[in-house]
Design a protein around this ligand. Structure first.
Ligand code: SF4
Length: 254
């Protein structure tokens, strides 16, 4: 399997010609959801992926709802750009973001069993790698919280089109709050440009969604924003495990 790390591509970023009139309403709505999450659930945490949606959510949280804790998972297979971005974000807001790593012994066992890039050899091997490098550190980091914030948006994929603003996350046994569900990609980028937020330069090279280097590539114009993640797999399987497909017990929206 060839690893594609970068290539020339038509930027997938859609830049609307002017500040969309609905943007202030979206921003106000998302801030209201974040505040309501803190009011209802007390201890709330956000796991930033350092992607475009994260730029927006991090800004809303640090400026308007600072009671929400923020962390990120370093899978140790990320490209350099998200790590550089992490420093820029911390500098801009003068706030540290907790960095959580996978358990070294788990990674060593995986590599011994499947090889350093064993995730290319089948869905089970790929999901096992995501479990060790993403899901387990995430699970460790959210322990003790009552709700977590996610940046999923309806238009990102068929899977995510069914997400609710507030869901009971049965897998982690806490509430999951999705304040950006109705934001379009253009709205995300309008806000980033308007507020001059720091963002990953890979977005300008055709990468709407950025994950680990060996599992992310640029997308073609017209493809959905998740098409560059685990592109060798069936689209229905392209989740890392942090976003459950079955959402039993979903309760009313915030
Ligand atoms: S995205 Fe790829 S390298 Fe990263 S944790 Fe998942 S399978 Fe492993």
């Amino acid at each position: 399997m060839q690893i594609v790390t970068a290539r020339a591509a038509t930027p997938a970023v859609v830049i609307a010609p002017a500040v969309a009139p609905e943007l202030p309403a979206r921003v106000a709505g998302s801030i209201a959801q974040l505040r309501e999450a803190v009011r209802q659930f007390g201890r709330v945490v956000y796991a930033t992926s350092l992607g475009a949606e994260s730029a927006v959510l991090t800004d809303l949280i640090f400026r308007h709802v600072p009671q929400i804790d923020v962390f990120t998972v370093d899978t140790e297979r990320l490209p350099e750009s998200p790590l550089e971005l992490l420093e820029r974000v911390e500098h801009r807001y003068q706030r540290k973001i907790r960095v959580v790593f996978p358990e070294a012994q788990h990674v060593q066992n995986y590599v011994a069993d499947y090889g350093i890039n064993g995730f290319y050899n089948g869905l089970a091997q790929r999901q096992s790698c995501c479990q060790i490098r993403k899901v387990e550190p995430f699970q460790r980091a959210i322990f003790g919280y009552n709700a977590w914030i996610s940046g999923v948006r309806h238009e990102q994929s068929a899977e995510r089109s069914e997400a609710k603003a507030l869901e009971w996350d049965a897998r982690y046994r806490l509430q999951k709050v999705n304040p950006l569900l109705d934001w379009s990609l253009a709205a995300i980028w309008n806000y980033i440009r308007q507020e001059k937020l720091p963002y990953n330069p890979l977005h300008d090279a055709g990468y709407p969604s950025i994950g680990c280097a060996p599992c992310t590539r640029a997308v073609q114009p017209g493809q959905d924003s998740r098409a560059g993640r685990w592109w060798w797999e069936d689209p229905a399987e392209r989740e890392c495990g942090l976003q459950p497909r079955q959402l039993p017990g979903s309760i009313s929206d915030l």
